[in-house]
Design a binder for this molecule. Structure first.
Ligand code: GLN
Ligand code: ZN
Length: 753
């Protein structure tokens, strides 16, 4: 049987981020809705055409979005929380996404283990959804005009949608409400002459997946009665325990991710129903490297032996990779040639299918092989780095003294010490200085003088506010990962390699391509400048190895653990240099540590083991006198607290205001013994918290965590705020800490009398 090809979604925003610009224009009022929609339709059409030209047989349709595809489905299904009911159309859509005075937006959270964020639908108990699929169906019809039979509409499964939603009702009852709507939709698609519909059900690969059997069976049984062939699509991991029953569902085809998890083993163990299409996701949709054709082909041939009706596919939607590696002309050729963004991945899918179908692709395969060989010569292993890793001993992962003994040697501070998370406002002037320097319009000396003036000002302000532990302000950094990646060897940067993070926001993750090492100190100069202006301690400020790795495209030739350790060794040297320069405190931020948790709980221990080891390797060389801080925002710790303890940081600062003290409570309940920075106010809001509000937050905190363990700080960095907001907020924070400190002292005195 001839193998065909399919896509599950395409790169977003346009090659030049045209959609971002259109969205921002629309929000600012500079662009009308028609112009915005015209841009959107244009980009979607271009995406189809690109896929058509690549020869893809089944082309994903309807997954491009103005903001978020989960929000699209919530809106199409009519799952509109009552607070938005007075609104309609695009206005309502964007208010749900971004909020408006008095109308808080839907909550936003990570899409599985990716760095994409979706809006969490809210399903109210009395919800009586009235769907409107008009927009979706119009796009499908439009696509049919261009793609004909290749049109492959993408539908978000009701099971995944409900599992990701905020709801109080019973899953089955909610499903029963939604299924008739889906039924109608599938029938409409059938009437349009659509040959097959994709239903995306990634929830099936999570730990939750295997518990959903009843709901999933009910769903696909009912939808099968429409009569349109359904292709059930999963990605991001294997089906695990759910595999045996999922492959028996009444669907025409099933797509599996063969780039993550153990789906190949599952196919080997349980086989695959011969009457179903197997969508083989073999081209990694979440990383930027070309395939090794021989290896992938061998896997495909094996799969074809089990499932003769095979489709070659990217492992997931291509929304997680940028558009086109060919645009990166400034990258060294040997590197560029082994990069594969969305367009290159389409070509890979097509090549694999041709090879599988017996066409002669030897020349193309040889070319890719050759490109990888040139890359290997271009970026050979670094002997010193490899040696250092091979020589690691257990004690390299350990501070020389345990926490209890370090404590008395570290800087002594008043009770409830106050500090911040690191960054201070990045004003337009600061950004301009960085941009000018990057463009070569100002000399290094001029640039550094400008940054140093900002640092001096920042220190003066912090002293005036009365903070106990100061920071330099991070004015030299656009981004906490990019800054370090640029200072380290082994990372590359793209010009156009944007991927959507949420809504109109895009990120350009660095590409980790070679062994990492630190040619010279990265932060020492700025630290010294800051410390020279004050008697108070200034924290050295570094981004942790796990966050560096999780927010980059990692390499595929060595394990992630090893990549994290390489970064950790570079940071370890930086910690030593900071100490030598007089730092008595060093903060190593790990906001992405929790984010990196695998989708399946059974794989958590393995990840956490090396992730925590990487942090320990970065910080373990610090003298006992040096106080190691770490910061993690948006993290819940309840289920990973023992690993947080194993980080062995002296002070852990957390987000605690938006979670209503939940985070602190979890930490306290688990009996965490080290110090905790209570993130007492939300930096994401422009509102200035009152002294009373912060006092309240602190009092609740102190009911659970002893004063000796408590620090006071905002819940994250202040770079997106304005000075006018930051100064009064921090003043109130310090006032609250002082007031409480005095109260405590009084009660202590009373107690001792
Ligand atoms: N030190 C960083 C800052 O203050 C931490 C940012 C983060 O946790 N995301 O900006
Ligand atoms: Zn943070």
């Amino acid at each position: 049987m001839t193998a065909q090809t399919m896509t599950l979604g395409y790169a977003r925003m346009g090659k030049r981020r045209e959609l971002k610009k259109a969205l921002e224009g629309f929000w600012s009022g500079a662009l009308g809705s028609e112009a915005l929609l015209a841009t959107f339709w244009d980009l979607e059409t271009q995406a189809w055409q690109t896929q058509l030209q690549a020869g893809i047989d089944y082309i994903a349709v309807g997954e491009q979005t103005l903001y978020d595809h989960v929000l699209d489905w919530a809106t199409w299904l009519g799952l509109i929380p009552s607070r938005f009911r007075g609104l309609s159309g695009l206005d309502r859509y964007f208010v749900m996404a971004r909020g408006r005075e008095g109308l808080p937006a839907l909550e936003m959270t990570k899409w599985f283990d990716t760095n994409y964020h979706y809006l969490v639908p809210e399903i109210e108990p009395e919800a009586d959804p009235s769907p409107n699929f008009g927009d979706f169906l119009e796009r499908v019809r439009w696509a049919q005009g261009i793609l004909g039979e290749r049109t492959s509409p993408v539908v978000l499964s009701p099971v995944t949608l409900l599992c990701l939603s905020q709801r109080s009702g019973d899953l089955r009852a909610d499903l029963e409400k939604l299924l008739p709507l889906y039924w109608d939709l599938l029938q409409e698609l059938q009437q349009l002459g659509i040959p097959e519909v994709q239903i995306h059900d990634p929830i099936l690969v999570t730990s939750q997946g295997s518990g959903l059997q009843e709901a999933v069976e009910m769903t696909y049984r009912q939808l099968a009665t429409v009569g349109i062939p359904v292709h059930l699509v999963t990605y991001f991991d294997d089906l695990g325990e759910a595999y045996p029953w999922v492959v028996q569902l009444p669907v025409a085809g099933i797509s599996l991710d063969f780039t993550r998890g153990h789906n190949l083993d599952l196919v080997r163990t349980y086989g695959f129903p011969a009457d179903k299409i197997l969508g083989a996701g073999v081209v990694d949709a979440r990383n930027v490297w070309k395939i090794q054709p021989e290896a992938v082909l061998a896997g495909l041939q094996e799969l074809q032996g089990v499932a003769p009706n095979l489709r070659v596919q990217p492992s997931a939607s291509l929304q997680f990779v940028p558009h086109d590696a060919a645009l990166e002309t400034q990258l060294p050729e040997p590197l560029r040639n082994v990069l594969s963004f969305a367009e290159q991945k389409l070509a890979e899918v097509a090549l694999l299918a041709r090879a599988l179908n017996g066409e002669d692709t030897a020349a193309q395969q040889a070319e890719i092989r050759q490109q990888w060989q040139s890359f290997a010569q271009f970026s050979p292993p670094n002997p010193q780095v490899r040696q250092a890793l091979a020589n690691l001993k257990l004690q390299d992962f350990e501070r020389s003294l345990p926490y209890e003994q370090r404590l008395s040697r570290q800087v002594q501070l008043p009770p409830l010490p106050t500090t911040t998370i690191g960054s201070f406002p990045q004003t337009p002037e600061v950004r301009q200085w960085r941009a000018k320097y990057k463009r070569g319009e100002v000399s290094q000396a001029e640039y550094e003088a400008a940054i140093d003036a900002e640092i001096a000002k920042c220190i003066r302000i912090q002293e005036e506010i009365g903070l106990d532990v100061l920071v330099h302000g991070e004015f030299e950094r656009t981004d906490m990962v990019e800054y370090f990646a640029q200072k380290l060897e082994g990372f590359a940067f793209t010009e156009h390699g944007w991927v959507q993070s949420y809504g109109s926001r895009c990120v350009r993750p660095p590409i980790l391509y070679g062994d990492v090492f630190r040619p010279q100190p990265m932060t020492v100069r700025e630290f010294q400048v800051a410390q020279s202006h004050t008697q108070k301690p200034v924290k050295g400020m570094l981004t942790g190895p796990v966050t560096m790795l999780n927010w980059s495209f990692p390499r595929v030739d060595i394990p992630r653990r090893e990549q994290a350790f390489q970064i950790a060794l570079a940071l370890r040297a930086e910690v030593a240099d900071l100490e030598a320069a007089g730092a008595v405190m060093v903060q190593v931020d790990e906001p992405a540590l929790r984010e990196g948790l695998p989708l399946k709980k059974e794989r958590w221990p393995e990840y956490l083991s090396w992730a925590v080891d990487a942090f320990r390797l970065a910080t373990g060389g610090a003298k006992p006198e040096t106080q190691i801080h770490t910061h993690m925002c948006y993290s819940e710790f309840g289920d990973i607290i023992e690993h947080i303890e194993r980080l062995d940081a002296d002070v852990l600062s957390i987000e605690n205001s938006r979670s209503n003290n939940k985070t602190l409570l979890q930490i306290a309940q688990a009996g965490y013994r080290h110090q905790v920075g209570n993130g007492v106010y939300d930096v994401h809001s422009p509102a200035v918290p009152s002294v009373e509000q912060i006092l309240q937050q602190l009092r609740t905190g102190l009911a659970h965590l002893p004063v000796e363990q408590t620090w006071v700080n905002p819940d994250c960095g202040l770079k997106t705020r304005r000075w006018e907001e930051v100064i009064p907020a921090l003043k109130n924070m310090v006032a609250a800490a002082h007031q409480l400190g005095e109260e405590l002292l009084e009660t202590q005195l009373e107690g001792s009398l």
